[in-house]
Design a protein. Structure first.
Ligand code: NI
Ligand code: MN
Length: 227
């Protein structure tokens, strides 16, 4: 599985058979100006919640990938459905069996409304399981005991993708605890540096993880990690 960081909380995931985009916010992120939005390929677009910094480029990506299907909570699928976009609705604790494996919508502690004020359902994260890999995408969330349910209910994680920018989500110190809760010592950090309140001291974050015997991956925007 190849995971490309597209800046902020946006990811491109390539499995052996399918491609995913998670929480596309590229055109609104000056740090990601080198990412060619129109070239991104997706069979599925995963949306953790309805905030602008997670859904901004959904319609543009679907324009270039007309067969792409959204996967999110019921309210988000309804909202995009009214605009003619195809989707698969989940709710918390539920997983969908798809051609490549499963996608489960798991708990997050955050908020979720659309830019127009419409209620966006309760926010979540995803556990994506393919035939050989499992990755947890936390979405915007605080540290929560519910994360302890993930190793009890999913195959062993190969990677945990956690917000580390603080202020709107957990910071890196809580993310290190989250990595204990989900029983995965390899963490890809996201949701930092895009806006002034979530500026990250990378050296402190990296050493915090290292001191605890964990690996914090901070790929540059456009770089990928392979698991
Ligand atoms: Ni948010
Ligand atoms: Mn956010």
């Amino acid at each position: 599985m190849e995971i490309t960081f597209l800046g902020h909380a946006s990811l491109h995931i390539k499995t052996k058979t399918h491609q995913f985009i998670v929480d596309p916010f590229i055109s609104g992120n000056p740090n990601a100006s080198h990412i060619a939005l129109e070239e991104l390929k997706a069979d599925y677009i995963l949306l953790t919640h309805a905030h602008q910094d997670h859904i901004l480029d959904v319609e543009e990506i679907v324009r270039h990938n007309p067969k792409a299907k959204l996967i999110s909570n019921y309210e988000i699928i309804q909202w995009f459905g009214a605009k003619g976009l195809e989707g698969h609705a989940l709710n918390h604790g539920g997983k969908a069996q798809l051609e490549f494996g499963t996608v489960k919508y798991v708990n997050a502690i955050h908020s979720s409304n659309f830019p127009d004020g419409t209620y966006g359902g309760n926010p979540g994260g995803f556990v994506v399981t393919t035939e050989d890999k499992t990755v947890y995408i936390a979405g915007d969330t605080a540290l929560t005991f519910d994360m302890k349910l993930i190793p009890l209910t999913s195959p062993k994680l190969d990677l945990a993708i956690l917000p580390i920018g603080d202020n709107f989500t957990m910071g890196y110190e809580d993310a290190a605890i989250a990595s204990d809760f989900v029983e995965c010592d390899t963490v890809l950090g996201y949701h930092y540096d895009t806006f002034p309140p979530i500026t990250l001291n990378k050296e402190l974050a990296l050493s915090h993880f290292k001191e605890r015997g964990k690996t914090l991956l901070l790929p540059k925007i456009g770089e990928h990690v392979t698991i």
